[in-house]
Design a protein around this ligand. Structure first.
Ligand code: NAD
Ligand code: MG
Length: 398
């Protein structure tokens, strides 16, 4: 029997890599449901190739999609829309595996629905976990969902930890002989860029990542180092470990994808060519392994690996994230919302690159932090933080 897969965000960078892995293994996986936000033509092409049973798009694209599917002879595909559609396919009884690859807060409710339905959830959508933190982790425990990291660093950490680590109770302390997590960062496109010129960089420059090809939002996050900040919070929740035990290490070659240190002096690393198909295949098949097209690492072509400390003066976003995690409660949710608005404003040329962390700091200082007790409270705080961020962006634009 094949495993039935739902891909939330199929038209994105992670969605495409997921299709690439699945296409190699039609004997093991079938695609049941896929979702997209804007690229409808591309979605139809995917439907032609993979013949899913259900698709989800925003309300405004339903008519266009119905027309295109009809023309393609695929009128029997069920079309759903909006957040209710996303939630519906994520928790569908027919689905075994959910790839959570929507970008940003829009992925929160469907990802949580998949977790509550006890699915194997492959987590790329880090913002969903950053926002909801303990609520998502508790839901995974309560509903026996397998929440597996696709983010390359977290997947590397998972591979380097004892195999039962994900099921441990959250004590905040490292357990089973682990002493520290080393979260690697490429440093992004501006690693060696002069600080004085950083305020003038363009979205195009920011989106040109040296090692990875990714969606626009995460590319800008990599350039500000907020991606590493979000990943610090993600690691802390996934591996039930206080952020105090997570050290960020800049490693420009992106060959080591992260490491775990143990009390006996051991450091375990997971290495590989930078290609998201590897962590995707790992999370799909764990504890088994799946063949991918990714070539084995040729160490003779990588004659040295470099490591440095992050420059938090040049990239203040990393410390803002660490502080938000330390503050706890809804602080990471506020941080994430402010970052989403600031990145969007930067991409629309409304604010300068160096103003992104300013917006986040302002919003963190002006939205009430509290303990998050339920998801409604998370969504409400997310909305308030977005409003304050918009106001501040408009104020700066004059
Ligand atoms: P992307 O921009 O390429 O794709 C995003 C997908 O989400 C698209 O399918 C889009 O249609 C959908 N989407 C966007 N807004 C939506 C909305 N409001 N409602 C519903 N669907 C919406 O992004 P990506 O690079 O594939 O990243 C996806 C997620 O994976 C992000 O959370 C990112 O941080 C994470 N991630 C990506 C990479 C990578 O290499 N690209 C690596 C690690 C983690
Ligand atoms: Mg990552």
């Amino acid at each position: 029997m094949t495993q039935s897969v739902c891909i939330l965000g199929v038209t994105g960078s992670i969605g495409q890599s997921t299709l690439k892995v699945l296409a190699q293994h039609p004997d093991k996986y079938s695609i049941y449901a896929i979702t997209a936000h804007s690229r409808i033509q591309k979605l139809v092409e995917i439907c032609k190739q993979f013949k899913p049973k259900r698709v989800v798009v925003p309300d405004e694209h339903i008519d266009q999609l119905r027309q295109l599917l009809l023309q393609a002879g695929l009128a029997d595909i069920d079309i759903l829309s909006g957040t209710t559609g996303l939630v519906s396919v994520a928790q569908d009884e027919a689905v075994d595996v959910v790839m959570a690859a929507i970008v940003g807060a829009a992925g929160l409710l469907p990802t949580l629905a998949a977790v509550k339905a006890g699915k194997r959830v492959l987590l790329a959508n880090k913002e969903a976990l950053v926002m909801s933190g303990n609520i998502m982790m508790q839901a995974a425990r309560d509903h026996q969902a397998l929440l597996l990291p696709v983010d390359s660093e977290h997947n590397a950490i998972f591979q380097s930890l004892p195999s039962n680590y994900l099921t441990l109770e959250n004590t905040g302390q490292p357990q089973l002989g682990v002493s520290r997590i080393l979260l690697t960062a490429s440093g992004g496109p501006f690693l060696d860029y002069p600080l004085e010129q950083l305020s003038e960089v363009t979205p195009q420059q920011a989106c040109k990542h040296p090692n990875w090809s990714m969606g626009q939002k995460i590319s800008v996050d990599s350039a500000t180092l907020m991606n590493k900040g979000l990943e610090l919070i993600e690691a802390s929740h996934l591996f039930s470990i206080s952020e105090h035990f997570v050290t960020v290490v800049v490693h420009p070659q992106s060959i080591i994808h992260s490491m775990v240190q143990y009390i006996d002096g051991s450091t375990l690393a997971q290495m590989g060519n930078p290609d998201m198909c590897t962590p995707i295949a790992h999370a799909l098949a764990w504890p088994d392994r799946l063949q991918t097209h990714v070539p084995a690492l040729d160490l003779f072509t990588h004659t040295h690996l470099d490591f440095r400390e992050p420059d938090t003066n040049k990239f203040p976003a990393l410390n803002l994230a660490r502080q938000a995690m330390r503050a706890g409660g809804l602080s990471p949710c506020i941080l994430n919302a402010a970052n989403e608005i600031a990145v969007d404003a930067f991409l629309k040329l409304q604010i300068k690159f160096t103003v992104i962390p300013e917006v986040i700091e302002h919003v963190l200082n002006h939205v009430q932090n509290d303990t998050a007790v339920n998801i409604e409270q998370v969504l409400e705080t997310d909305m308030i933080a977005r409003q304050i961020a918009h106001q501040y962006v408009n104020q700066i634009r004059g």
